[in-house]
Design a protein around this ligand. Structure first.
Ligand SMILES: Nc1ncnc2c1ncn2[C@@H]1O[C@H](COP(=O)(O)OP(=O)(O)OP(=O)(O)O)[C@@H](O)[C@H]1O
Ligand SMILES: [Mg+2]
Length: 492
């Protein structure tokens, strides 16, 4: 059953239930009240009549001055519509308000009237509420007075109420069903819009949105959330497509270079030793570049997966020292200076952390002017370890800053063609930082050079663990925590 039908059924059920309870209660209360009123009237009249006839004290002696057959006793009652019957000692009627009237009281009511002096109840034919009063004392009974109050008008009123209730309930049910239908139609509007938008998106129109502008109720909020979700999905898909396009574009260049040089080697370069050497070198270079790019892409794909890498305690200060050893030789004319080296243990993957710092240091070393300096610091503060890498280069262009961590972002396309980098370094670094629960921020320092800052939570008190690990490792590096200079031969 659809939601709309359920709405309607619910509304009908509610109206019927509430209407039936209220109607029945009102009907029963009114009937009771009308019957009680008639009974009270009958009792009142019977008592008054009995008092007229029965002179206290006399009946006990078997004498009564009032003649029970006196017609004036019942003569006035028909005017008010009441039925009156005065019976003698043997319960036979002596007179009645209407000729031939006989109120057929049940034997029990007769008996109670005789023994207890009074009784009352309801008769079906004629339909009346009756009251019976004994005339005379309990020992010497002269007879009885019976008064009947007709219930016809009460029954008529009750019948009218019954019909009104049934009619009202039917009308109320119909109205409730219609209102529920309209309400459901209105309330479910966002649901219909959501379904329509989802269908278009499934059929390929990724830019389609629900665009719901109505009330911000539960469904309205859902529509808004879904729109945001669709937008995020479209953006993610676009980035994925761009990424694949960029990656294949990046690979196309070295592959084209390789094919060109292979052609060259097949042709005239095969005979000329110098040309052959150059072509082979270029081939090697292109192959390395393609290899590095593929490796980077694999790293990124791996980092995109939810963390599965084993987590082990890593001495971050040791990683910093190792990285300087590896990257220092990249530029012979740039000095790497460690301005501070606190001890810090972090939980994570040592190779990945190395890769992160290598990418930062590699960028800084490339950017630095000849004779410049790259400053590295590892500071432990609170529960965090902070590694900063500052250089004396031109800094990151301001327009590039917001996108510097995106994939394939590079300030200068020419740099890429010369094989410097494909713009994946910082994207990888950021992914590694995040997979360690850390942050990576890029800014430009006061001196104008780039300032990168990697923050990562440390794993508890470090010193013990740290010493255990460094003791086990190969000879401790001779790095002065205050100022260390590594200057080695350059790398091509
Ligand atoms: N220290 C820095 N000084 C100036 N610009 C920088 C610095 N670090 C990064 N950038 C800019 O950010 C861009 C992106 O850096 P990223 O490391 O992601 O890529 P890349 O170095 O060009 O290539 P890859 O690292 O993949 O070899 C760089 O091309 C450069 O323009
Ligand atoms: Mg780089």
């Amino acid at each position: 059953v659809g939601l709309r039908a359920r709405f309607v059924l619910l509304a009908i059920g509610l109206v019927l239930t509430v209407g039936a309870i209220v109607g029945t209660t009102a009907y029963v209360a009114l009937r009771r009240s009308l019957h009680a009123q008639a009974a009270a009237q009958a009792a009142g009249q019977a008592t008054r009549l009995a008092a007229l006839v029965d002179v206290p004290g006399q009946s006990e002696q078997g004498q009564n001055h009032v003649d029970l057959a006196d017609r004036s006793l019942s003569r006035d009652f028909p005017v008010a519509g009441l039925l009156v019957e005065i019976d003698g000692r043997d319960d036979r009627p002596l007179q009645a308000s209407r000729r031939g009237l006989r109120l057929p009281l049940p034997a029990a009511a007769r008996g109670r009237c005789a023994t207890q002096g009074r009784s009352g109840g309801r008769l079906e034919r004629p339909r009346v509420a009756f009251a019976c009063r004994r005339l005379g004392g309990p020992r010497l009974r002269l007879g009885s007075v019976v008064v009947g109050v007709p219930l016809r008008s009460a029954d008529r009123a009750l019948g009218t109420l019954r019909r009104a209730l049934v009619l009202g309930l039917a009308a109320g049910t119909l109205a409730a069903a219609m209102v529920a239908l309209a309400l459901a139609h209105h309330v479910l509007r966002p649901a219909r819009q959501i379904a329509a938008a989802a269908r278009s998106i499934r059929e390929g129109d990724l830019s389609r949105r629900i665009g719901y502008t109505g009330a911000r109720d539960e469904l309205g909020t859902l529509a808004g959330e879904l729109d945001a979700c669709f937008a995020a999905l479209q953006e993610a898909l676009r980035r994925q497509r761009d990424f694949v396009a960029d990656a294949s574009h990046e690979l196309k260049t070295p592959v084209a270079a390789m094919r060109a040089h292979v052609e060259l080697l097949r042709g005239w370069a095969a005979t000329d030793a110098a040309s052959r050497g150059r072509a082979l070198e270029a081939l090697d270079h292109a192959a390395r570049r393609a290899g590095r790019l593929v490796a980077d892409l694999l790293v990124l794909a791996d980092l995109d997966r939810p963390a599965t890498a084993p987590r082990a305690p890593v001495a971050l200060d040791q990683v910093v020292v190792d990285v300087i050893r590896e990257c220092g030789p990249l530029r012979a004319d740039v000095t790497v200076r460690v301005t501070r080296l606190d001890e810090a243990m972090v939980l994570g993957d040592e190779l990945r952390l190395q890769q992160l710092l290598i990418n930062l240091l590699d960028n800084a070393l490339r950017a630095g002017p000849p004779g410049g300096e790259v400053r590295l610091a590892l500071t432990r503060s609170g529960g965090e370890a902070i590694v900063t890498v500052d250089d004396d280069g031109p800094g990151i262009p301001p327009e590039l800053l917001p996108h510097v961590f995106d994939r394939f972002v590079s300030a200068d396309r020419r740099v890429r063609r010369h094989g410097a980098g494909s713009g994946l370094g910082l994207a990888i670094a950021l992914a590694i930082a995040r997979s360690h629960g850390g942050r990576l921020e890029a800014a430009n320092g006061a001196s104008g050079g780039a300032a990168l800052r990697f923050t990562v939570p440390v794993a508890g008190p470090s010193s013990n663990l740290h010493h255990r690990l460094t003791d086990a490792s190969s000879p401790a590096p001779s790095v002065d925590a205050q100022s260390t200079t590594t200057q080695r031969g350059g790398r091509t």
